[in-house]
Ligand binder design. Structure first.
Ligand SMILES: [Zn+2]
Ligand SMILES: [Zn+2]
Ligand SMILES: [Zn+2]
Ligand SMILES: [Zn+2]
Ligand SMILES: [Zn+2]
Length: 288
């Protein structure tokens, strides 16, 4: 991806776009119910949103200058009408996530009800969760940020025309881990799903089946009752004589009747066919 930097002088074009798209926003166009839907618990912010503020060209210019000081990679795409700022590479609790670009779609600023859709979070060097490629950050899924408690402040920055504040607020959500509401928790980030039940395992609780060589959770694996190696349920066979589960290598056939039984039962001469034979042998003299 070629990242073309925002150039001084582009702010006028940017401002025009900003103005055109937000100009249509007028508090009188929206009912309190509509605002209620947009941000249920933030009616006050919603009412504020009715008076969406368009920064003056001078304010926008100062804001963009500050933005360039706060973020290294600020760029503006006239074709896709977005203003974007890139974060530094982010690492949370020892999990490396890479750098992200916050893209603010200026054309979407016009609708106060969909401000949460006005921006996307694009992973520039994706290190997604092992269990879900769409989750590139504990709080980002399909490029959508779950801003949590910061959502109201982010919305207020957008409606207030405070562009730099908006990027800084989103940046701070990206650099903070909230363990209460992640799409995928950091402790399970690199964990793979169990091949059998799909449960996402933390690295330490990952069991390897010696038969099919897939990863399973502790619930879906068992040791073979003879060799004690770990196997998944699909790779173990239950011996019909003793009822225990064995790997393919520890299952064999009864040398007398040829039925599949475990090696333990062969060693113990426990197959039912031997019992029957013994009984027959004992009963034979009585029958005569
Ligand atoms: Zn499982
Ligand atoms: Zn297996
Ligand atoms: Zn075995
Ligand atoms: Zn057996
Ligand atoms: Zn037998």
């Amino acid at each position: 991806m070629i990242i073309r930097r925002y150039k001084p002088g582009e702010e006028e074009q940017l401002w025009q776009l900003y103005h055109d798209t937000t100009h249509v926003v007028n508090g009188k166009d929206y009912t309190p119910e509509q605002f209620e839907r947009w941000a249920p618990s933030q009616v006050e912010h919603a009412i504020e949103a009715a008076e969406m503020k368009i920064p003056s060209l001078r304010e926008l210019h100062a804001d963009l200058q500050q933005l360039c000081e706060e973020f290294g990679g600020v760029r503006y795409s006239a074709a896709e009408h977005f203003l974007a700022a890139a974060t530094e590479p982010i690492e949370l609790e020892g999990v490396y996530l890479g750098d992200f670009e916050i893209r603010l779609d200026l054309q979407r600023l016009g609708d106060a009800r969909s401000l949460h859709n006005a921006y996307t979070i694009v992973a520039l060097d994706p290190h997604p969760a092992g269990s879900n490629d769409a989750v590139t950050h504990p709080h980002v899924s399909d490029e959508h940020l779950c801003a949590g408690d910061a959502g109201a402040a982010i919305g207020a920055a957008l409606t207030g025309g405070r562009i730099c504040d908006f990027f800084m607020l989103v940046g701070s959500v990206l650099t903070t881990y909230n363990p209460d509401s992640p799409y995928v928790s950091l402790s399970e980030w690199s964990g793979r799903p169990c091949y059998d039940c799909g449960y996402t395992m933390a690295d330490a609780e990952d069991y390897f089946c010696n038969g099919c060589e897939e990863s399973f959770c502790s619930e879906c694996t068992m040791p073979c009752m003879r060799c004690e190696e770990t196997y998944c349920r699909g790779c173990l066979t239950q011996c019909r004589v003793c009822g225990d589960s064995f790997c393919h290598g520890c299952m064999t056939t009864c040398p007398e009747c040829g039925e599949p039984i475990c090696q333990n039962c062969v060693d113990d001469e426990a197959c039912e066919c031997l019992e029957e034979k013994e009984t027959e042998e004992k009963q034979e003299p009585v029958a005569r």
